[in-house]
Design a protein around this ligand. Structure first.
Ligand code: 8ID
Ligand code: ZN
Ligand code: ZN
Length: 349
């Protein structure tokens, strides 16, 4: 039974807050599915969307959220490989054109006409959400939907970022923002892939989380006297990490990473602080042969692989569950940088 109305958190104006209210349940189009979202992770992107941080407009009013796990309750007439009762996840890339040069080569996050969950189309902070069947994440029966939710953005994104960094098992990566949502997942994927992780974040609680997740060292950006030297010292030969994943929501670490990455190393930009710019010494970048690049979510294959790591029991990132109606409280903590790991909202509360 699909109700005609449901509970949702709705952004009614840029700057927020969200309003907990009843809205209609949408009907899936021919190539779409309707998912009864049980749990959704809260990504910092959702806060950026509400605050209008980026040079890309959101729909308005907006139901945010793009880390939603649930059960399919209806499918459009063209959908043949998903059926009601299947578990599925809604991720950032809700849909893409499937016919441009990027989509044809499975680089669909680069499609020029994307549908973005919780940004240009309504997302997962509601009980029933629509996704294009081609892009919906397939989740195996029996999966813990609370725990898998953060994999659907944070997990996919850091897994892709690790691959894009070119890092190999046995090498060392610096994870900047390691105590946050993406960071806590990155520590898990790095460990599962046999990669040493140097965690960089601020405060004792995040330090503890990072150590418990197997980081070889924790560098506290808030108290460190010489962060660049401390990160280098955390590698066995003192030359610095082979790669850096930049997951922080502030500009400074984006201007610092090339100073401690090892010569010939790769700096991967993933965090999206508002109005931020990269800066690096041209001389050092050339003579140390540094590679600086961006990485943006993942394609359908990355999605399947990231979920497979979870299904094999390799991904155990910390998360806390809270009612959907309390989303504004999560944003408050997120804005202050107080969240260690991820918050997951329960859409039934
Ligand atoms: O595809 C993508 N590129 C993608 C996908 C998903 C999310 C990008 N993102 C972006 C989000 O939009 C956001 O800008 O990644 C960023 C991180 O998202 P998140 O992990 O959901 O945010 P968080 O949980 O708030 O974690 C951020 C961490 O950064 C730390 C904070 O303490 C927090 O733990 N941090 C900050 I702010 N400044 C730091 C610094 N100077 C820092 N850590 C180290 N050094
Ligand atoms: Zn996200
Ligand atoms: Zn396309």
């Amino acid at each position: 039974h699909i109700p005609s109305e449901q509970w949702a958190m709705v952004v009614e104006k840029t700057g927020g807050p969200c309003v907990y209210k009843k809205i209609p349940v949408a009907k899936p189009g021919p190539d779409e599915v309707l998912i009864n979202i049980k749990y959704s992770g809260v990504c910092h992107t959702d806060l950026h969307a509400m605050m209008g941080d980026w040079p890309l407009a959101t729909k308005m009013p907006l139901v945010g959220g793009h880390e939603g796990a649930g059960v399919i309750v209806a499918v459009g007439e063209l959908v043949t490989d998903l059926k009601p009762g299947d578990l599925a996840g809604l991720k950032w890339l809700n849909g893409s054109c499937m016919s441009c040069g990027y989509c044809r080569q499975a680089d669909e996050p680069l499609c020029g006409e994307p549908l973005l969950s919780g940004y240009t189309v309504d997302g997962t902070f509601q009980q029933y959400a629509i996704g294009k069947a081609a892009h919906v994440a397939r989740i195996p029966q029996g999966t813990d939907l609370q725990a898998v939710a953060p994999v659907l953005c944070a997990g996919i994104t850091v897994y892709k970022g690790l691959k894009e960094s070119g890092i190999c098992p046995g090498q060392t990566i610096a994870i900047v923002g390691a105590g946050g949502g993406l960071g806590s997942l990155a520590l898990q994927y790095a460990k599962a892939m046999g990669i040493h992780a140097i965690a960089i974040d601020g405060g004792a609680e995040k330090g503890q989380l990072c150590k418990e997740s197997g980081a070889v060292a924790y560098v506290d950006f808030m108290s460190s006297k010489n962060l660049v030297q401390e990160v280098k010292n955390a590698t066995s030969d003192g030359l610095g990490p082979h790669a850096v994943l930049l997951l922080a929501v502030s500009e400074k670490p984006f201007q610092q990473a090339t100073e401690y990455v090892r010569a010939r190393g790769t700096v991967v930009c993933i965090g999206l602080p508002a109005n931020a710019f990269l800066k690096a010494s041209v001389f050092d970048t050339v003579t140390r042969m540094i590679n600086i690049k961006g990485s943006y979510v993942g394609n359908r294959q990355d999605t399947a692989e990231a979920i497979d790591f979870f299904s094999r029991g390799l991904i155990n990132a910390p998360f806390k569950v809270i009612g959907l109606s309390k989303l504004n409280e999560v944003y408050e903590m997120m804005h202050k940088g107080q969240i260690a790991g991820r918050y997951v909202v329960d859409t039934s509360q």
